[in-house]
Design a protein. Structure first.
Ligand code: ZN
Length: 287
C-alpha cells in the first residue's frame, strides 16, 4: 500500500482501550512516515452507535472519504504590530467605555493591558479580542460590537461578530483559534487554578472582580474541547458553562478527565434563576 497520507487510521486488526467507553474497540491513527501510533487519544472507537468517539489529530487538516489525513494546514498569525496599532488607541471601544464606567479604573486599565483588548472602527467603537497563544503568537482577532451603556452585545439587526483578518483583507488566512487569554498562563504557576468561561467579556470582568484565579474564555460553546484546552492540561481547571450548556461541558469534562485533565465543571448557573444562556456576570449583576 502506497502512503500519500500524513496520518491514517490503523488498518491492522489491533484494537486499544477507547478513551471514552474504556472498551477494547479503539483504532488509533498512524503516522505514515514513521509507522508509529500517534498517541492514545487520536482515533476512532468501533462501537459507532454506542460510543461514537472519533478524534482526528488536528483540526486544520484535509481528510479524504476514508478519514485519511492528506495534509495538515499551518495556522496563520498576525504580525505583532497590530497590537501597537489597535490597542491603547485614543478612541475607546464601547466595551472599554462600559468597563471604565462600572469598575475601578486602575483594575480596568490593567485588564486591558493584560488581555490586549483592542479597538477598531470596523463598526464604530467595536472591540477586538486578540487570541494570543502560549508562545505569544497572535492567532486571530475577534471583532465584536457592544452597547456602551448596557455592556451587552449588539445582535440586531445582525450579530456583530467578525475577524481582523477579514478587516485587514489577509488572503488565505488560516484561523486556528486558541483560548482567549491563553498567553497569560505564562504568568501563573502550576499550582494556580484556571477558570474557563464562554465569553471574552465575562473572562475580563471576572478577572477584575476575582483576582486570585486566571480567567480564560473559549469564545463559543463549541470552543470547550480538547484541542483548545490542551495547553492548560496540567492545571486545575474550573469551568463555568453558560446556563443550559452545563450538560455538554460536563460531558466533555468527564471525557477529558479520563485523559488526565483536572476539570471541575460548575453547575452553579443551572441551579439559579437566570435567563437561558446567562453567565457569571449576569448572575452577579442580577442577583
Ligand atoms: Zn468507545
Amino acid at each position: 500500500m502506497k502512503h500519500n497520507y500524513k496520518y491514517s487510521l490503523d488498518t491492522s486488526s489491533k484494537k486499544f482501550i477507547c478513551p471514552n467507553c474504556n472498551k477494547k474497540t479503539f483504532v488509533k491513527f498512524i503516522d505514515n512516515e514513521t509507522q508509529q501510533y500517534l498517541n492514545n487519544n487520536d482515533g476512532r472507537c468501533d462501537r459507532e452507535s454506542k460510543c461514537g468517539y472519533f478524534k482526528k489529530p488536528t483540526s486544520n487538516c484535509i481528510t479524504n472519504i476514508n478519514n485519511c489525513i492528506t495534509e495538515v494546514i499551518q495556522p496563520s498569525y498576525h504580525n505583532r504590530k497590530v497590537l501597537q496599532e489597535y490597542c491603547n488607541t485614543k478612541q475607546q471601544s464601547n466595551f472599554i467605555s462600559y468597563l471604565f464606567k462600572h469598575f475601578e479604573p486602575k483594575a480596568v486599565s490593567q485588564a486591558i493591558n493584560l488581555y490586549h483588548i483592542g479597538t477598531t472602527n470596523y463598526w464604530h467603537g467595536a472591540t477586538i479580542f486578540w487570541q494570543m497563544d502560549t508562545k505569544n503568537v497572535i492567532r486571530g482577532g475577534k471583532i465584536m460590537q457592544y452597547d456602551c451603556k448596557t455592556g451587552k452585545r449588539v445582535k440586531k439587526p445582525f450579530n456583530h461578530v467578525s475577524w481582523m483578518h477579514k478587516q485587514l483583507k489577509l488572503k488565505n488566512f488560516v484561523l486556528q483559534q486558541c483560548l482567549f487569554g491563553q498567553h497569560l498562563i505564562n504568568t501563573i504557576s502550576k499550582s494556580d487554578t484556571i477558570c474557563i468561561v464562554e465569553s471574552e467579556k465575562t473572562a475580563i470582568i471576572m478577572s477584575i472582580l476575582i483576582t486570585n484565579f486566571l480567567w480564560l474564555a473559549t469564545g463559543s460553546k463549541s470552543g470547550f474541547k480538547e484541542n483548545m484546552l490542551q495547553p492548560i492540561k496540567e492545571y486545575k481547571i474550573i469551568a463555568y458553562p453558560d446556563k443550559t450548556e452545563y450538560h455538554n461541558w460536563q460531558k466533555t469534562s468527564l471525557l477529558l478527565n479520563k485523559q488526565g485533565y483536572k476539570i471541575e465543571c460548575s453547575n452553579l448557573l443551572e441551579s439559579i434563576e437566570l435567563e437561558n444562556g446567562g453567565d457569571l456576570v449576569d448572575f452577579l449583576y442580577n442577583k
